[in-house]
Design a binder for this molecule. Structure first.
Ligand code: FES
Length: 175
């Protein structure tokens, strides 16, 4: 093409077509984004408080029935010196969230400890940390008896050992 002739008709329409294609693609993606915006992600979180049956249904030790559904271990013990309940049989609700970086430890009944698979932190049945990088014990949640006699666990209220909160009245349920 002679440069002095300017753009050809064919070239002009070709460029116009490409420009329109880009424009329409942009409109399409913007429209799709707008429609997606009308349907935000909805997370179906389990309720923060739940009933867990009657205390007599629990044997001494760690119960994992609510680990997956509510991220809680229920522990029944004959005595809990760490909460000032030496010699008082009762139950507490332990958080399954590792206090290092938030992974979920596993209960190892043979070793009588919770072991975090991420960086190796270990916690006693009480929730007390004793090995690995976890800087503090597992947290406990409010545990009381509901009007119908069932255990009621309330995750809206947590208790931290390092703040001397495990001795709070509703951090431990005598049975
Ligand atoms: S998250 Fe549990 S040890 Fe790191």
């Amino acid at each position: 093409m002679n440069p002095e002739e300017g753009p050809t008709r064919r070239g002009f329409f070709g460029n116009l077509f490409v420009a329109w294609a880009i424009f329409l693609a942009g409109v399409h993606f913007a429209g799709a984004g707008a429609v997606r915006f009308l349907f935000p992600n909805v997370l179906f979180e389990p309720p923060l408080s739940f009933k867990a049956g009657v205390p007599s249904a629990y044997a001494e030790g760690v119960d994992e029935s609510f680990k997956s559904s509510h991220a809680v271990w229920l522990v029944r013990t004959l005595s809990d010196p760490l909460s000032d309940r030496t010699g008082i049989e009762g139950m507490y609700a332990l958080s399954t969230t590792c206090t290092h970086l938030g992974c979920i430890p596993n209960w190892q009944s043979a070793d009588v400890k919770f072991k975090c698979p991420c960086h190796g932190s270990g916690f006693r049945m009480s929730g007390m940390n004793f090995e690995g990088p976890a800087p503090r014990p597992l947290e406990r949640f409010r545990i009381v008896r509901a009007d119908d006699g069932q255990i009621l666990v309330d995750k809206n209220q947590k208790y931290q050992w390092e703040k001397n909160q495990w001795t709070s009245a509703e951090a431990y349920l005598p049975v």
